[in-house]
Design a protein around this ligand. Sequence first.
Ligand code: GDG
Length: 482
Amino acid sequence: MARLVIVSNRVALPDDRAARAGGLAVALTEALSRQGGVWFGWSGEIVEQPSEEPRLAAQGNVTYATLDIAAADHDAFYVGYANSILWPLFHYRLGLIDYRQASLAGYLAMNERFARALLPLLQPDDLVWIHDYHFIPMAAALRRLGSTHHLGFFLHIPFPAPEVLSALPDHERLVSDLCAYDLVGLQTEGDVRALSDYLTQEARGLLHSDGMVSAFGQRTRVQAFPIGIDTDHFARLAASATRRKDSQRLRDSLLGRTLMIGVDRLDYSKGLPKRMEAYQELLARRPEHRSRVVYMQVAPISRGEVPEYKRLRRELEGMAGRINGKYAELDWMPVRYLNKSFARHALAGFYRASRVGIVTPARDGMNLVAKEYVAAQDPDDPGALVLSRFAGAARELDAALLVNPVDVERVADALHAALAMPAEERKARWARMMAVLRARDVAFWRESYLAALAHARDTGWGGIRALLGRLGVGGAARAAPL
Ligand code: GDG
């Protein structure tokens, strides 16, 4: 079995319990310990003089390799290009893009630096799986250094339509770099369509009947792999969490009222202001819910250094305050707004205690919260999910109440419908969603991706490149005709 090398911005180090608790981290750690390999990425540290050599830590057959970065590089690469240009662009928020050429230069330079540090750690037959928008140019950087490895990429966020993507200066370069991978994994068929449309319309590429795409003088496979969660484990966690202190404390505090829950990183893609508006609309139009429901929004602060996130935080504090100011009673607070994170088991218990899960992002690659909410429910008395049609998860969870999050009146109607939904309907919808989540859990996602990557190495251009690599003529591989 080939060794596995994972590259991601943050590495779930063995001593970081919080980072290792999430379903994705667990799934990747499992594959690493089965196949042996390396997890490589940023240490999370910003230092004055970062070393070019990664810091290594080993646990069993897995090596964790991390690089520190300098403050200026962090500003250009992470805050600047990744989170102030690519994140808003890929989430269709063109107005929020803060484009600077220095950010692009910093992004490319960091990818080169990470590629240079990674290459000496690689063995010829490794499967290299690179994650997310921070590292789109990593394969191209590795190839320039002579790598003939089989390189796979997975994008966790949406892939934008060609008209949106082409608003990015240097978009051709970004997509050309993406084509240096042997396999490009995206969340949904819609994302695959968007990238394929770009390649054929903007880059005069060709789609082949075997699912391969050729463009920019390269050949790659583009395929959808909707990410899942560890469904059965999360369901067990939620069932056992009901006996834990946090869940009991929450239930006691409700005094018999019905709980609705939202759990999101504090991010403008998650549609939080519109969600608050919809809740306010529900209270305004349906007075029967006043004093009877509580909306709890867990929103841990993220990317606090990006100005747009600071603005969003102030906006939400104002909105929650206004709703509470207008509707609160002596013994009832309509919104509980919590800018903090909770342990995973506590969260599982909160989902289970909630009659309604509200997941209304403006755009989301997948949205794991929607899946976790469903998995956490009591099969005998499940809650109802209100879900944005713009979350990747809406493709699989079509038994949820699907909404357009900008249409606050209809979202308010959907919240009402969820609160009023008879038990039989809740059970039927839940059973349909749970069947999908069981069949397509995170292990299924990981195994399908790795099988496709291994296949890409054995067939097509990937196989030829590997052969050239073994013969020691790797550097020439990229220039060969298709
Ligand atoms: C990106 C894409 C895609 C949240 N608050 C707490 C907490 N969380 C956990 C949730 C969930 C995860 O964070 C969030 O995942 P999402 O999928 O909802 O969103 P992003 O962070 O934006 O993730 C997204 C995902 O990548 C995977 O491909 O689905 O579309 O944007 O697991 O439970 N966890 C704990 N405490 C909290 O307070 N422990």
